[in-house]
Design a binder for this molecule. Sequence first.
Ligand SMILES: Cc1cc2nc3c(=O)[nH]c(=O)nc-3n(C[C@H](O)[C@H](O)[C@H](O)COP(=O)(O)O)c2cc1C
Length: 274
Amino acid sequence: MKRIAILLAVLLLLSACGIETAPEASAAASVPESFGAEAPASVETAAVTEEETTAEEPAAEPAEPAAEAEPEAELEQEAETEQAETVEETAQTPVIVVYFSRMGNTDFPEDVDAVSSASLVDSNGELKGNAQLLAEWMADEAGCETWEITTSEKYPADYDETTDVAKEEQNEDARPALSAQMEGLDGIETVYLVYPNWWGDLPMALYSFFDEYDFAGKTICVSVTHGGSGFSGGISTIQTLEPDAQVIEGLSLRDSSVPDAEEEVRQLVRDTNG
Ligand SMILES: Cc1cc2nc3c(=O)[nH]c(=O)nc-3n(C[C@H](O)[C@H](O)[C@H](O)COP(=O)(O)O)c2cc1C
């Protein structure tokens, strides 16, 4: 009887162990073999790539390679898009402001001032040409460089003498030699051009400039400063000189109104750039 009782107790003990240990053992075996190695990796990848996908994807299809490939593919695509945007951003300065002004083309005496020399503007204590000042505002607004068209031979400091020389050049259909070469025009898409009206026309140095460079396929946004004549047909002249460029009208500003034109000039750039 005692033996039977012991036997029964042993049997009961064994059966109790069997029922409790079997499920634990099967769970332990299945985790490392099928999900164990991949599941955490998927979770990590997903967590790094896109937080939104972490909760669902690893649990739903942990063993499928596609489940892991998806976030990677998304990553690659994201990287490519980012790179494309960066390239676009870098290339987003295909703009230059080109100008001609009496100021940079004249050897003025050191004591010259805005009163003794007509057409110069006092900009915060610094003397500037009208077209130069416009050009600088434009470049600042567009975040681009300026290029000044300069002639090898300077114009006389005296205003009247300059007008005489300019008239002579016009009569002769002269092409004054330019003193420097503009580089990097290939990457430029839009040129903001500013110049003063000289004798109802472009200063002859601009004819030299357009002879030298080809603006085919580019946009030239033309602005003029003047003493009352406006463009005087300057837009169509430039279109004739650059038939394959898109020539558009910018601002026509009287010299006396230039000092107050900053906002108008910046607005032109905002309206036309990009
Ligand atoms: C040689 C010369 C010729 C000019 N001819 C004209 C003209 O025909 N019509 C006009 O309205 N202004 C004329 N002007 C005035 C200038 O166009 C005007 O003052 C301009 O704003 C000057 O710009 P800048 O300071 O950048 O040179 C002439 C000025 C010069 C120096």
